[in-house]
Structure formats: structure tokens, C-alpha cells
Design a protein around this ligand. Structure first.
Ligand code: NAP
Length: 505
């Protein structure tokens, strides 16, 4: 096993990254260089490496294949003890890792710390699953017969992850895959390779056997296609955009293997006239502008009862105007940058589309280039009023700090608007009326619904994911996360010692 110092961890200057294949840190052999750039100041190249080639991805698969028989033979509680060690190591380095997260992804430091904590909770939860990784027993119709199930690993699995939660998503895919006894090839987003390397180094330091977890850093489909199409892969766990997810699902589905794709959202928040408006305001701004709106669960559609709309909208606008925009490592900053130029241009394009469609812009709408922000991908928090359900800005995921406001008179109309999208990840309602809350829970076409709390968030012990275009396949986190990475085997154990007389069973 190579040591944890095989890649550099300099705090100043550009960090050299490598691929992690078969327990060794090696140079990629791809044509492209992968660069991790600080989105708050793009002059700063934080880390770089030669990208992985198709051949590197194939070597990673070979390593995972070689490691599988040994890793699956390790008892599940012992596998989980390695995750427990990762928990301790991650806790010790929490601040340092959160700093890398802010530097590389841009979210403000308190949010990065929150993501670190959430990931650690997930690791802890799955470490506990090592002791609960069990099947069940059932009574047999036959005398002296035992019926039970055991759970077995699938084999080699791949994990393909996005940049917006570059720590937590790795935790919620890799930990259950390993605890269940699979070996893994991980392909993180090429925009956030540095934190992925640090993540893998924790497993290396915790003593994970060679080949059980492999990391390939390579852009887009060259590496991605191998990790979806190779016949040795038994399951694909993807999180990312709907466009790529649909393709991944089709390719993996063609081979008939397990695939889960967690994708985008267009999440509504409904505020009824009886709501606690202070609470609602806090939840709306956190949901819409938190993580610079770059969350699959971000609040992007705000549906307001017309009696409370005016005052709430102006409070949101006032809050947006008071947000300090800048480098997320600086104290007092409330809104960090977007991840890269593509994302900035996409968000600005959506804002222009919104204006052309006739929505009324109440604040923001431009790139933010004040002193100290000229070299970053900053955009002003933006609020659109008078949005109608058929507008493109009401339908497509913007993935930036852009909020669209709808005004409604009756509850049925509110529910209709909230469901009027191809996405179905999460929704929220603010009301004091229990019946309305329960009706909303029942009628909302989403995978997760919040009452008197923002559209964002998740906890390790409950499933996370969406319906419609937001998600296909098994949910992630909780028990569901480890069920995806394992299969049941049913055992019929007959201890009568006699020939069976009945023909029925
Ligand atoms: P993305 O462009 O779809 O990329 C996701 C991952 O797929 C990256 O590792 C990417 O690699 C890889 N990839 C790209 N093309 C591929 C291909 N042809 N085959 C296989 N893999 C390929 O998404 P993103 O921009 O990173 O992330 C933002 C999206 O993720 C948003 O839509 C957001 O809503 C969604 N998201 C969903 C959840 C959820 O749980 N529902 C959570 C977080 C984010 P490269 O980086 O190298 O291109």
C-alpha cells in the first residue's frame, strides 16, 4: 500500500494530484490536464493532474476485480471498522478539509463545515451498518425447515459524482458500497478533484486494502463511459445533471445492471397566509441563496399566498441586498461564487431568458464584479416576480441564486403550480394549518417534503432522492443506500432428513 504522502498536500502553491489505482498513486495517461481552480479567484490554480485515460479506467476496474474476493471475505463488522477510522481521521482534519472545499467549490466556509459534518454523519451511520448488514428469517410452511436470507455484495461498482457536494456525496456512495463488501471505482467531477483525493487518502490511511477503492480523475465521457458500460461493473451510482443521468441510465440499463441516478430539481416552496413569516423568510433565503443556489434541493420557485406576498417579497429583496458577496473563506461573506465560467454564463443566460419572457426582475440579475470579486465567478442574488408556470425559468433548473415568485389565491392552484415541472426532488410548505400541511405532503410530487423548514437538507438515517426527472433507481442514504449495493440470497434449510412428501413446496 502506498503511503498517504504519495500526493502532495502543500498549503501554498499548486498541489499535484494523481490517480489512485490498485493502492498506488500514479500519473494519469490521458491527453488532458485537469485543473482545480479557485472560483473566487481564478488566477489561483489550486491543484492539477494529468487526466485519466480510458486505459487508466480499465486498470482501475482490473484492480477492483482483483481485490473483490479478498474484500468480500472480510467480515462486514471489520469492513465497517475501517469506515469508523475514516470518521476519526476526517474529524481530526475537519477544518482543513472544509477549507479545501471552500477553495475548490466556492461555498462559504460555514456551509463547507456543515457539509463536512453531514458527510461524517453518513460515514458514522454506514459504519454502524456493518453490524446491521443482515437478512431476515421467515417461518416456513414446512416442518423443520428454516427460511432465511443473507445479503451479499454485488461485485465491482462505480460511483460518478458532481462538484456541488464534493465531500458529502462521496461519503454517501462510497461508505455503503464498501461496507456491503463491494470494490469501487470512483470518478469525481473534474472540477473538484482535490477534495476527492483527500477523501481517498483518508481510506488509505485507515488501512483499506489495495484495490478496494480506486480513484480516476478524468473529464466527462472518456472515463465515464467505461465506468458505465464495462461488463464487469455490477452497479452504477450516479449523481449529476438530468442530461448526463438519462444517458447513464440508458447505457447501464441496456446491460441490465443496477443503476441509480439522482439528478436535478426545480424545488417549490409554498407560503400560506397563516404562516410564521419570520420563519418562512429565514427558510426561503437559506433555500434560495445558500450554497449560491448550487444545490439540487435549492428553492427555485416561491409560491406565495397573495395576502402575504408583497411584504415577504420585499423582505427577501432586502435580505438579498444585504448579502455580502465574496470569497467564502473571508468572515462575514454570505454568498460565494458559482463554480466556473460555464455555470456563470448559464445562470446569466437564464436571467436574460426570464427578462425576455416578461418576468419582473426585483433585484440582482448581473455578474458581481466589485473590488475583490473581479477575478471570480460571482453573480448577484436575483429575484423574479410575476413568473408564470409555463415560463422556461419556472421549468428548468438554473443552479444559481435565482428565485422565481408566483402569487396564488387558492390552495389547489398552489399545488398545481408546485407540481407543474418535470422535476420532483423536494418541496416545502410554511403553514400553521395541519390539514393543509398534510394535504401538501400527500399531493406534492416529490421524493422529499418539508413542513415549516426549507427545501434543502437531508439526514443520514432517512432516504434521499427524487421522483420524475429528479431520480431513478433506489434512493440514497439510510438503509436504502446499502440495499442498493447488495443483493439478498434466500436460503431453504431442511433439517427433517427425510424425503419431502408434499408436492406443493
Ligand atoms: P454533470 O455535468 O451531470 O456531471 C456529474 C458527473 O458525471 C461528473 O463526474 C461528470 O464528469 C460526469 N460525466 C459527465 N459526462 C459523463 C458521461 N458521458 N458519462 C459518465 N459520466 C459523465 O453534473 P454536475 O454539473 O457535476 O452537477 C450538477 C448537477 O447535479 C445538478 O443538476 C444538480 O441538481 C445535480 N445534483 C443532484 C443531486 C441529487 O442527489 N439529486 C445532488 C447533487 C447534485 P466531469 O466533471 O468530468 O464532466
Amino acid at each position: 500500500m502506498a503511503t498517504a504522502t504519495a500526493t502532495q498536500t502543500k498549503t501554498a502553491g499548486t498541489v499535484g494530484l494523481k490517480q489512485f489505482i490498485d493502492g498506488r498513486w500514479t500519473q494519469g495517461t490521458g491527453k488532458n490536464e485537469i485543473r482545480s481552480v479557485n472560483p473566487a479567484d481564478t488566477r489561483q490554480v489550486l491543484a492539477q493532474c494529468r487526466g485519466a485515460s480510458r486505459q487508466d479506467a480499465l486498470r482501475a476496474l482490473e484492480a477492483a476485480q482483483k481485490a473483490f474476493p479478498r474484500w468480500r471475505a472480510v467480515p462486514a463488522p471489520s469492513r465497517a471498522r475501517i469506515i469508523e477510522k475514516v470518521v476519526h481521521l476526517a474529524r481530526e482534519r475537519k477544518e482543513e478539509l472544509a477549507r479545501i472545499l471552500t477553495l475548490e467549490e466556492g461555498k462559504i466556509f460555514p456551509e463547507a463545515l456543515g457539509e463536512l459534518e453531514k458527510g461524517i454523519n453518513l460515514l458514522e451511520w454506514y459504519a454502524g451498518e456493518g453490524l446491521r448488514f443482515m437478512g431476515h428469517t421467515a417461518p416456513s410452511e414446512l416442518p423443520k425447515n428454516l427460511l432465511f436470507t443473507v445479503r451479499e455484495p454485488l461485485g465491482i461498482v462505480s460511483a460518478i459524482t458532481p462538484w456541488n457536494f464534493p465531500w458529502a456525496i462521496l461519503c454517501w456512495k462510497i461508505a455503503p458500497a464498501l461496507v456491503a463488501g463491494n470494490t469501487v471505482v470512483l470518478k469525481p467531477s473534474s472540477l473538484t478533484p482535490w477534495l476527492a483525493v483527500e477523501f481517498v487518502k483518508l481510506f488509505e490511511s485507515a488501512g483499506l486494502p489495495q484495490g478496494a477503492l480506486n480513484l480516476v480523475i478524468g473529464a466527462g465521457s472518456e472515463v465515464g463511459d467505461v465506468l458505465v458500460e464495462d461488463e464487469r461493473i455490477e452497479a452504477v451510482s450516479f449523481t449529476g445533471s438530468n442530461e448526463v443521468g438519462v444517458r447513464v441510465h440508458a447505457l447501464a440499463g441496456k446491460r441490465g445492471v443496477r443503476v441509480t441516478c439522482e439528478m436535478g430539481g426545480k424545488n417549490p416552496c409554498l407560503v400560506w397566509k397563516d404562516a410564521d413569516l419570520e420563519l418562512a423568510l429565514a427558510g426561503i433565503v437559506k433555500g434560495a441563496f445558500g450554497s449560491t443556489g448550487q444545490r439540487c434541493t435549492a428553492t427555485s420557485r416561491l409560491i406565495l399566498h397573495e395576502e402575504v406576498a408583497d411584504s415577504l417579497v420585499w423582505q427577501i429583496v432586502e435580505f438579498a441586498g444585504s448579502l455580502k458577496i465574496g470569497d467564502g473563506l473571508k468572515p462575514g461573506i454570505g454568498l460565494g461564487p458559482l463554480i466556473d465560467a460555464n455555470q456563470l454564463h448559464a445562470v446569466l443566460k437564464w436571467i436574460e431568458i426570464g427578462k425576455k419572457e416578461g418576468a419582473k426582475i426585483l433585484c440582482g440579475g448581473k455578474r458581481f464584479t466589485a473590488e475583490g470579486c473581479r477575478n471570480g465567478w460571482f453573480v448577484e442574488p436575483t429575484v423574479f416576480d410575476q413568473v408564470t408556470p409555463s415560463m422556461k425559468i419556472a421549468q428548468e433548473e438554473i443552479f444559481g441564486p435565482v428565485l422565481s415568485v408566483f402569487r396564488v389565491r387558492d390552495f389547489e392552484e398552489a399545488v398545481r403550480i408546485s407540481n407543474h415541472t418535470r422535476f420532483g426532488l423536494t418541496s416545502a410548505i410554511y403553514t400553521q394549518n395541519l390539514s393543509l400541511a398534510l394535504r401538501f405532503i400527500e399531493e406534492s410530487q416529490v421524493g422529499m417534503v418539508h413542513v415549516n423548514s426549507p427545501t434543502i437538507g437531508g439526514e443520514a438515517q432517512v432516504p434521499f432522492g427524487g421522483v420524475k426527472a429528479s431520480g431513478v433507481g433506489e434512493r440514497e442514504m439510510a438503509k436504502e443506500g446499502i440495499l442498493f449495493f447488495s443483493k439478498p440470497k434466500t436460503v431453504f434449510l431442511d433439517y427433517t432428513g427425510k424425503k419431502r412428501e408434499s408436492n406443493i413446496y
